[in-house]
Design a protein around this ligand. Structure first.
Ligand code: COA
Length: 139
């Protein structure tokens, strides 16, 4: 089931964020990520996938800058189409907010890198720490 997260989901969302093996949160980013997540919780939507009685994945956009802020699936639930189902909802939030292009960054050589390339995202360059910047038009 896909639904919008409520405040009760916050602990599980944090667990999933910490359970992933790639694109892990660096300690330098913890407080910035917490601030952005809090803003989106209060002003936007965390889209979550619920299965077996718990949230197993989430997708979230930051409508302020046109980015996909997060797309994370619990490692035990990877490879079943959960990210492919959730990501369009976060992209739609960006489109409705007036953006014509969605952007995100991810580490090279990861599952996410391969996933975005197969799903219509274009590699547009690198950030200073080597993360790939992907873009996708929002039609
Ligand atoms: C990258 C990540 C979000 C992908 O999530 P996922 O749910 O495993 O991805 P999906 O299952 O939707 O897609 C992966 C593949 O599974 C396959 N798949 C298996 N069963 C499927 C099903 N029932 N329906 C659809 N696809 C299925 C597809 O081949 C799909 O390939 P595609 O890219 O050609 O669509 C996930 O691996 C993850 O959270 N990684 C760690 C964190 C991370 O890197 N996040 C991104 C940070 S920017």
């Amino acid at each position: 089931m896909i639904r919008k997260a409520t405040l009760d989901d916050w602990q599980r969302i944090t667990e999933i964020r910490n359970a992933v093996r790639e694109n892990r949160l660096s300690s330098a980013n913890v407080s910035r990520v917490a601030d952005v997540a809090r803003w989106i919780y209060d002003n936007g939507s965390f889209w979550v996938w619920e299965e077996d009685g718990a949230v197993q994945g989430f997708a979230v956009a930051d409508v302020r800058d046109g980015t996909i802020f997060g797309l994370f699936v619990h490692p035990d639930y990877e490879g079943r189409g959960i990210a492919r189902a959730l990501l369009p909802l976060a992209c739609e939030d960006l489109r409705v907010a007036g953006h014509s292009v969605a952007r995100l960054t991810t580490d090279p050589g990861t599952r996410a890198d391969r996933f975005y390339r197969r799903n219509g995202w274009t590699d547009t360059g690198r950030r200073e720490k080597g993360e790939i910047v992907f873009e996708r038009p929002l039609l």
